[in-house]
Design a protein around this ligand. Structure first.
Ligand SMILES: *Cc1c(COP(=O)(O)O)cnc(C)c1O
Length: 431
């Protein structure tokens, strides 16, 4: 099985976090997303402990909540004592509604509106991650009028391409995010931040990419950022307290991809980063990481009921399910790979090659192509694995399909996390 929270029981049904998923599909209906609560807590604890052990107190993870945003996940983050990365007032509002202490929230985004800035400052968001000079000036002018000060990090573009594992200095300088070191804009915005009376600069942020299995992009980014920190210290006398290295560690979606041991990865990162800091002569700042996908992806699966099964003679077979791109647009967006299982016949031999497709009026509404399953029939339950990240968060009502229910599973026990959307919910805004 892809992950250790999956199994097959004596009925031949897929189990997830100790529960029979076919039973849960009957109880809650489909499409249905299940979340393994203990797995999320364990991964959070792994990150938290590894960061503290290897980088000292003041180094901790922030959950990149764009990966999965709802009140329950913010409550869980609060209980586990970690921070959050938010990218919109909607996320901040949701965290607040869940009782999350916004002092531990970091506010990202390349285009914070004046209204966003006001909302975040008024509600006590701990740290802004300021993207560019324009935002910095808008924030300063709001703070000056409000008579407040605000902690910030500056988002810097180190120029790393995570997929070639090389510091290509021009690689991601051309990005809508951050200020580049190479162009001098990073130094410029740092000097500006230091000169503004209502801005309290705590340090720097960078984010190299996503679904990365190698530590090199992180250590290379850290190296470039530490050199920048040392350069700024030598030229302005300002020493950064915090270096946020962003998110991006990878998750196993399909066989052939590794399962990362996040504690080991952080230990390795720390060894390299400490060595580089010593070489550069830079005091090691507190290190923050912003995992999104790696905290929640493999703690989620989505269940569907199989509908029409058809074979186009001489071509291929299609298995249609009662969800699709509205609850998981990632194949349609970037042909994201997923593992698909027939959950109601999980022990039957797989010999039926097919594409698993959704129910939208859209040929691109595909969950996965060329999968091999036991031949399904109408009414079977199908599972797509590893859907905890960027699925519910990206869900839409395209074709007026209600968003699925989400259920916590905790060592076999199930509780509703998000109720299924109704047709009434969908027309609620319409006058
Ligand atoms: C998306 C994003 C993350 C999370 O990335 P994952 O790959 O989900 O870990 C963290 N920080 C920033 C700034 C991001 O844009």
């Amino acid at each position: 099985m892809l992950h250790e929270n999956l199994g097959v029981n004596e009925k031949g049904h897929l189990t997830f976090a100790g529960a029979d998923v076919v039973t849960l599909a009957e109880k809650y209906g489909t499409p249905l997303m299940l979340l393994d609560e203990m797995r999320i807590r364990k991964t959070i604890r792994t990150y938290k402990q590894a960061l503290e052990e290897n980088f000292g107190a003041g180094s901790y993870p922030l959950f990149a909540s764009k990966a999965l945003c709802f009140k329950g996940i913010y409550r869980l983050a609060a209980e586990e004592g970690i921070g959050i990365d938010t990218v919109s007032v909607g996320e901040i509002y949701t965290a607040k509604a869940a009782g999350f202490d916004l002092k531990k929230a970091y506010f990202h985004g390349n285009n914070k509106t004046d209204a966003d800035i006001r909302y975040a400052v008024e509600n006590g968001v701990g740290t802004f991650v300021v993207d560019n000079e324009d935002e910095l000036r808008a924030l300063e002018s709001y703070l000056a009028a409000a008579g407040k000060k605000q902690d910030i990090l500056l988002r810097i573009t180190p120029g790393i391409d995570p997929h070639t594992h090389k510091a290509i200095v021009t690689g991601s300088v051309d990005s809508k995010f951050g200020s580049a070191i190479e162009t001098g804009q990073a130094e410029g915005i740092t000097r500006l931040a230091l000169s503004l009376p209502h801005i309290v600069l705590k340090g720097f942020h960078c984010h190299v990419g996503s679904q990365i299995f190698d530590i090199d992009p992180f250590t290379e980014a850290a190296d470039i950022m530490l050199r920048f920190i040392a350069y700024i210290a030598a030229n302005t006398g300002y020493t950064a307290e915090v270096l946020n290295l962003g998110g991006g560690l990878g998750v196993k979606y399909v066989e052939g991809q590794p399962v990362l041991d996040y504690a080991a990865v952080i230990r390795e990162m720390a060894a390299v980063i400490k060595l580089r800091a010593a070489e550069i002569g830079c005091a090691l700042p507190h290190i923050l990481l912003e995992p999104g996908r790696s905290l929640v992806a493999d703690a989620g699966i989505t269940l569907y009921t199989v509908g029409s099964v058809k074979t186009i003679t001489g071509y291929k077979s299609y298995v249609s399910v009662d969800g699709g791109m509205p609850d998981n647009p990632r194949y349609a967006l970037y042909e994201a790979p997923y593992t698909v299982l027939l959950a109601s016949k999980a022990d039957a031999p797989s010999d039926f090659k097919c594409s698993v497709v959704g129910r939208c009026c859209e040929s691109g509404d595909i969950l996965q192509e060329n999968v091999t399953l036991p031949k399904p029939v109408r009414g079977d339950i199908l599972a797509v694995l590893c859907t905890g990240a960027y699925n519910y968060a990206m869900a839409s009502n395209y074709n007026r399909i209600p968003r699925p229910a989400v259920v916590w599973v905790n060592e076999g026990a199930d509780t509703l996390a998000i109720r299924r959307e109704t047709y009434e919910d969908m027309t609620r805004l319409e006058v």
